[in-house]
Design a protein around this ligand. Structure first.
Ligand code: NAP
Length: 331
């Protein structure tokens, strides 16, 4: 019986406790494919999975980790063979089904994306859910008129989704990419290096001063921050523009009016990476391996860590201190 290590989160009375534990393959949930995990990554949601009241995991104990890449070591699905390189993101991975912070994972084959040609297992996890969400956000912007010369705003710019969105827009040839970051001063060089043409610090919001229709500044906005910032961003979208909303690090609530929608025909599109249909998932991963693949992926690694270092990374991402991506090397 193979023994292996995983980060196990347990619900104690006051807190969620995490520890590296030794498990056997029989501890894993059922699924058609057993994967030897090579890499995972740290996402905001993984940190919430280890916090009491985080709202991400309902049943503990849980192995968190919403991302993994690795190779198939056994399969009862004829579509996957031993040695196939694969990646899994989203679905119930790391939330209701043991996830990627583990040396082995057993998953339903319908969750698995074959590693596209053009990506290594490591690169797939530098991208991870954050990068896939950025790709989905760009895809959402592309559904409405958009030219490479148009102005695009990316909020939460130093975070995983924000950084990846900037690097992908740059790769796609967009010429006016504005990065809005609370860490703008400290991270200006990083943000320019990954492709931002302008770097700004979001002004302190004075909601009572925001007009329903402000000067039209952006044809596209990629917003992983959410919250009250949306009040301003929706009022600043140009005629027919799109805001792709993926996150809530800035809060859950916002106020707006119908005016930008009915007078400027703007679009507000919600982004969900978890249940994204497999056909779109595969097609975006193929773009991520080719035309959308950032040129300097390694530059976007904030830290490469092991399973033991995950708790420190969780605290860092929850306090908004992460710049880029944290990669977890497992095998
Ligand atoms: N919808 C989906 O499928 C999906 C998928 C992935 C992630 N998400 C969500 O997207 C968000 C970002 O995820 P991530 O993995 O990129 O996290 P991350 O790496 O921590 O990035 C979030 C960024 O948001 C900014 N931020 C943090 N706290 C803030 C606050 N209180 N007010 C304003 N800005 C704040 C920070 O950027 P600056 O310091 O540069 O401003 C931070 O780096 C999370 O809410 C996550 O749950 C959703």
């Amino acid at each position: 019986m193979t023994n292996f290590k995983a980060l196990l989160a347990k619900n104690e009375s006051e807190t969620i406790q995490t520890a590296i534990e030794e498990l056997t393959l029989s501890d894993l949930p059922t699924g058609e494919c057993l994967i030897k995990v090579h890499y995972s990554s740290v996402n905001y949601k993984d940190a919430l999975a280890t916090k009491k009241g985080g709202g991400v995991v309902r049943i503990y104990p849980m192995i968190p980790g919403i991302d993994l890449s690795g190779e198939i070591v056994s399969s009862t699905d004829a579509n996957f063979n031993i040695g196939d390189k694969v990646l899994v993101t989203g679905y119930q991975l790391g939330t209701a089904h043991f996830g990627g912070f583990s040396e082995y994972a057993c998953v339903p084959s319908k969750w698995i994306v074959p590693l596209p040609t053009g990506l290594t297992l490591k690169e797939a996890m530098i991208i991870g859910t954050a990068g896939f969400t950025a790709a989905l956000s760009i895809h959402a912007l592309e559904q409405n008129p958009l030219a490479v010369t148009d102005s695009i705003l990316v909020t939460g710019a130093t975070g995983g989704v924000g950084s990846m969105a900037i690097a992908m827009l740059n790769k796609l040839g967009y010429q006016q990419i504005t990065a809005a970051s609370r860490k703008a001063t400290a991270s200006t060089d990083y943000l320019h290096n990954i492709g931002a043409t302008t770097v700004t610090t979001p002004a302190e919001l004075q909601l009572e001063k925001i007009k329903p229709l402000e000067k039209q500044l952006w044809q596209g906005i990629i917003d992983p921050v959410g919250g009250h910032g949306l009040t301003q961003w929706l009022a600043q979208l140009s005629y027919g523009g799109t805001l792709a909303l993926s996150g809530n690090t800035g809060g859950l609530h916002f106020d707006s009016t119908v005016l930008p929608f009915i007078l400027r025909g703007i679009h507000l599109t919600g982004i969900d990476s978890v249940s994204c249909p497999m056909a779109l998932r595969k097609s975006l991963w193929n773009r991520l391996a080719t035309t959308m693949k950032p040129d300097h992926l390694e530059m976007m690694i904030d830290n490469e860590i092991t399973l033991n270092e995950l708790p420190t990374a969780f605290n860092k991402i929850l306090s908004g201190e992460m710049t880029g991506r944290t990669l977890v090397k497992i095998h």
